[in-house]
Design a protein around this ligand. Sequence first.
Ligand code: SF4
Length: 237
Amino acid sequence: MEAVVNKIIPFSAVDGPGNRTAVFLQGCNFNCQYCHNPETIGKKNPYTSVMTPEGVMAEVEKNIPFIRGITVSGGECTLQAGFLQELFSLAKEKGLTTLADSNGSYDFSQDEGLLSVMDGAMIDIKAFFPEDHLRITGQDIEQVLKNSLFLAEKGKLFEIRTVISPELFDAPETVRQICKFFEEYNKKKLIRYKLIAFRPMGVRKAYVKNLTVPDEAFMEELKTIAEGYGYADTIII
Ligand code: SF4
């Protein structure tokens, strides 16, 4: 099964644990105000390539002595779930770990094949309150929370992330509610919480003027809230 690939980064230290090859698939079902890669939203663009899992794996294999695993991101990687499963299967055969970076819209509970070869997922929880999520992404949050909870139950929710700008929502309350939502599972298996300070680079002009970059004290305040709920692996980027 082929997929539209936006790019492959041979070595990434920011897409999961250890050094990893990051594969970015083209196409997204969200339309986030602060998307840093809006060119990945459409189904294709002049810079994309159509590739087979074997073709992507051939690129990954060049890096094998230096990487711990692969992370597939987007766009939204689960829009090409069949390809994702095949690629992860090939990576597993080579002893690599496999992570998906997703907006949480995919119903992982219906895809045992993918789950069987996916070590974990990093899920964007872009807001907590439904009206905020709809305004920021153009999509409902209900499915995102349901799917994330399912992954947490399975011990496959490796990381959650929230982009922070003071204008987006009530950030302290949002972080509090997100922490409470996964609290039970975080006690069983630590979930990394990545708090991402909004940055304007790459963001579409129509949105960027409405958002400001949070200062360090604001981000630290949110980190303290998360740590207070037991999220010992909370990081600010
Ligand atoms: S989910 Fe990610 S890739 Fe898709 S629009 Fe939002 S920020 Fe962009």
